[in-house]
Design a protein around this ligand. Sequence first.
Ligand SMILES: [Zn+2]
Ligand SMILES: [Zn+2]
Length: 352
Amino acid sequence: METMQALVLAEVGKVAVVEKGIPEPGPNDAVVKTTRAMVCTSDIHTVAGGIAVPNGRTLGHESVGVVHAIGSAVTGIAVGDRVAVSAITPCFECHPCQTGHTSHCEGMLGGYKATGARDGNMAEYFLVNNARGNLALIPDGVSDDQAVYVTDMLTTGLMGAENCELRLGETVAIFGQGPVGLSATIGARLLGAGRIIVVESVPARQNLARQFGADDVVDYTQGDSVQQILELTGGEGVDASIEALGATQTFDSAFRVLKPRGRLSNIGYHSSPEPLPIDIAAFGLGHGDQKIRGGLCPGGSERIGRILRLIEGGRIDPTPMTTHTFAFRDVETAFDLMGTKEDGIIKPLITF
Ligand SMILES: [Zn+2]
Ligand SMILES: [Zn+2]
C-alpha cells in the first residue's frame, strides 16, 4: 500500500503527524492530492475535546489540490483537475439533503464529514465523498492560495451575511473579525449593506476589516459595544447583526443591538453548555419581530463555484488574511500557533 503523511488527533490535547495509507475512492468518491491547506479554529476545538472524534482521526477540512483518483461512477471530473471542496460534503441523496438542508445531511451537522465522520483533509491526500456534487474546478485565474479560502472561511462568512436577509443600504453589525468575521464583512459589502459596523479590538484585524469594507470599528475594550453601536446609530440599532465569535456575551450583544424586525445571523461556534440569553426588553417583551438564524455552510460544488467566480472576477481577494505560511512538515507549529493566537496570527497557510 502506498502511504502518505497526515496530521491526526493523537489524543485529546495532542496532535501528531503519522504515516497512513493513501485513501482509495469508492464508486462515487474522489481522492485529491493536496497542494494547499489551512488550519481552522474548529480543528483546535476538536483537539481540545470540543468535538468528539476517535484518536488517530486525520484533522482538517480546508484543503485544495489536484484530482489523484476517481471512483468508477464519477463523471465530469478527471484526474489532474485542480479542485476545491467545501468543508461540508453532503450526499445530496438523503432526506435532509433533498429538503434543502444539506449541512444537516443524514442528521444535525452531518454534512461535516471530513474529520467529523471520517479522516479529514490535513494530509498529503484526502478523500471526497459524492465527488460530482462536491468538487468544484478552480478557474485558471484563481491561485491555490486564494482558492483554499472558499473551503470554509469564505463559504461560512458569506453565509453569515446571506442569512442577514439584507436589503440594499441596511446597517449591519458584525461581532468578531477573525477570518470568518472578516469574510462576513466581505459578504455584507457584496450584498449591499449601506453601513457596516464591526466589533474588534486587535489593530491588525481592525485594519483588515476596514480594507474589506467596514465603515466603523467598535473596540469593546473601550466601552460597552452595545452602547457604542447605539450611539453610532442615533439610538436606533442595526437592521442585522452577525455573531462570528461563539461567545455567550457576544450573542447577547448581537441580539441587543437589533432594531425591531432585526435579524441575528449566528456563525460562531458555541462550546459553552449554558443556554444563550435573549434580553427580554430588546425582544419587545416577546413581540419584537426579530429573527435568529444559526447556520453551517451548505456545501456543494455549485456554491463553491460561485465563490470561486467572485475571486476570479476580482470582487474578493481573501489572501490578506494569510498571516503565516508553513510547509506541511511544520504543520504542528502552525497548529500550536493557531491555538495560542500569538504572533498576530489570523490564518496559517500550509504548503505541500
Ligand atoms: Zn474550518
Ligand atoms: Zn445527505
